[in-house]
Design a protein around this ligand. Structure first.
Ligand code: MSP
Length: 534
């Protein structure tokens, strides 16, 4: 969870996705991390916290150089083309990022040089001999015991790790063994979830080895400042992309400028395969440069297809562009957030995708709003029923659940338990459907029980409002439609900075924020039922 330690005193919130390799167009795995990061960034904006959301691309290294060569393009041109695909996908998926950090940006080189110099001055970089198996797809040396029988990497079983024996510059990771152990002990929330923390602890317990931070026979990267025959290791360069991203566009690219407002980063959201870089190497690099550490690293699980990690090299990926074009951004965002507990692996099935969306958004939530607004038109003259909140009795189930919901869901969001947050929201929606059926306001209306009708309709409409508000970080377009149909004309959950001023979190997260007497709009379906794929 994001502990109180993970919050800055100023309440600013900085979150990063990994900087994605541009060896290929984005697949659903990359989109997954970015959607999750967008949800937590939007949740913070909704609460009125100054928020910076960082994403971008990791463009150097052997993998990219080889891909560009194979495609017959100069590497920079290749990177430009693929980086554009990421930008386009984020737009399609309605991702509100503030910075798109590219490691080939000239200002990034200045930051890397300055950082390298600090670590160099500290005496933490030395020349040595590197021998070992290198997985180009991971851009990582592998221990022989971690490889499959034929020296293939378990994450890329169709690729053989390559034997290397070369002179490299090394970073003195071993020097930071005790400091890292202290960090993990004193800040137990630094690595989340617990299973990932345990993985790191046992890796560190085995004793840390220095790691090489330069390569020979590789042109595509920054030269090592004191020895330009060597090229800087892609991961040393890439992690610093987070720092470069903090610069304001008009800033001179210096570390001081980069670190002045948004540092330290609150949350690095990553997949579990790159945990070691973020939870071990990165804090040690920052310690060496005498900089404050990021507050938290959360390693989520893998999207799998038939139980295997979805990956380009295995050819079992889902195309997020096609999926989003077919079903819309809210649908894709909702499915991956609700169906897969962040931290666990999750399998994708299109049939299940369609079923969940139809059940939750089209039927449970969409129909509930639709029919309740229809009744409000007929029985209450197009106005939110004019009741006093105290007219809804204490033992009313919706009131009871509604009063607790806002704070419960907020806690779940803060812990990155998004799946739990959406489940709690859908639970109250389903309770409201049952309540409406059992209270049968249509019969009560016929019997002239207008007060009872008012109470019932208000309670149900208020559930839908609260659900819409609390779902806004996940399905902002749907939430906007809910709010607008309930008569909040200017609501736009895609303009969260404005929304958080107009519809303040502290008020709208509470039960009873729906103004009695507010004129509603005509009911329109908020989510079109999806067809099963053929
Ligand atoms: N370039 C590095 C990150 C550098 S960060 C300073 C990198 N890039 S990546 O494109 O290979 O992976 C980016 C992210 O996508 C990782 O967090 C990885 O876990 C995630 N995913 C890649 N395939 C995935 C799935 N099948 N499922 C979920 N996420 C996965 O690593």
């Amino acid at each position: 969870m994001i502990s109180s330690a993970a919050r800055s005193q100023t309440n600013t919130f900085t979150v990063t996705t990994p900087l994605y390799y541009v060896n290929d167009v984005p697949h659903m795995g990359s989109a997954y991390t970015t959607i999750a990061a967008d949800v937590i960034a939007r949740f913070n904006r909704l609460q009125g916290n100054p928020t910076l959301s960082i994403t971008g691309t990791d463009e150097h290294g052997q993998k990219i150089q080889r891909t560009a060569e194979a495609n017959g393009r100069p590497p920079q041109q290749h990177c430009d083309e693929i980086a554009e695909k990421f930008v386009a996908l984020w737009q399609l998926l309605n991702i509100q990022y503030d910075r798109f950090s590219r490691t080939t940006a000239p200002r990034h080189e200045s930051i890397v040089k300055e950082f390298f110099q600090r670590v160099w001055n500290k005496g933490d970089i030395y020349l040595g001999q590197q021998q070992g198996f290198y997985c180009v797809a991971c851009e990582e040396f592998k221990e022989e015991r971690d490889l499959l029988d034929n020296h293939h990497c378990p994450l890329h079983p169709n690729l053989e790790a390559e034997w290397r024996d070369e002179q490299n510059y090394f970073f003195r990771l071993s020097k930071y063994q005790t400091d890292l152990e202290t960090l993990y002990r004193e800040q137990p929330d630094f690595i989340q979830p617990a299973i990932r923390r345990n993985e790191v602890l046992s890796f560190v317990e085995r004793g840390l080895q220095d790691f090489s931070i330069s390569r020979v026979n590789l042109d595509w990267g920054f030269p090592v400042p004191p020895d330009p025959k060597h090229t800087l290791y892609v991961w040393f360069d890439a992690l610093l992309g987070y720092v470069t991203a903090l610069l304001e566009p008009e800033d001179e690219p210096t570390l001081d400028n980069a670190l002045k407002r948004w540092w330290p980063i609150n949350l690095h959201l990553i997949g579990k395969d790159i945990l070691r870089f973020h939870a071990v190497y990165w804090p040690a690099m920052l310690m060496s440069a005498d900089l404050p550490l990021s507050h938290q690293v959360f390693g989520h699980g893998f999207l799998t297809k038939d139980g295997q990690k979805m990956s380009k090299s295995l050819g079992n990926v889902i195309d997020p562009v096609a999926l989003t074009q077919t079903y819309g951004s809210d649908a894709v965002r909702y499915y991956f957030i609700k169906e897969i507990e962040l931290g666990r692996d999750g399998d994708f099935s299109e049939t299940r995708f369609v079923n969940i969306l139809n059940a939750d958004l089209a039927n449970d939530l969409g129909n509930l709003l639709n029919r309740t607004l229809g009744m409000t038109r007929k029985y209450c003259d197009r106005q939110i029923p004019s009741i006093q909140l105290s007219d809804i009795p204490d033992n009313n189930l919706l009131r009871q659940k509604g009063m607790a919901l806002g704070s419960e869901v907020s806690v779940a969001y803060s812990k990155l338990a998004f799946s739990q947050a959406s489940q709690m929201i859908l639970d109250i929606v389903s309770a409201a459907n049952k309540y409406l059926d059992s209270e049968a306001p249509w019969t009560r209306y016929k019997n002239g029980e207008q007060n009872a009708v008012n109470v019932i309709l208000y309670a149900v409409l208020e559930v839908v409002r609260l659900a819409g508000y609390l779902l806004a970080p996940i399905v902002p377009t749907l939430s906007t439609k809910i709010y607008q149909q309930l008569g909040f004309e200017t609501a736009d959950f895609n303009a969260l900075d404005r929304v958080s001023q107009q519809f303040s979190y502290s008020v709208h997260v509470q039960w009873g924020a729906l103004p009695p007497g507010q004129v509603i709009q005509s009911p329109q379906p908020i989510f079109q039922k999806l067809e099963q794929p053929e």
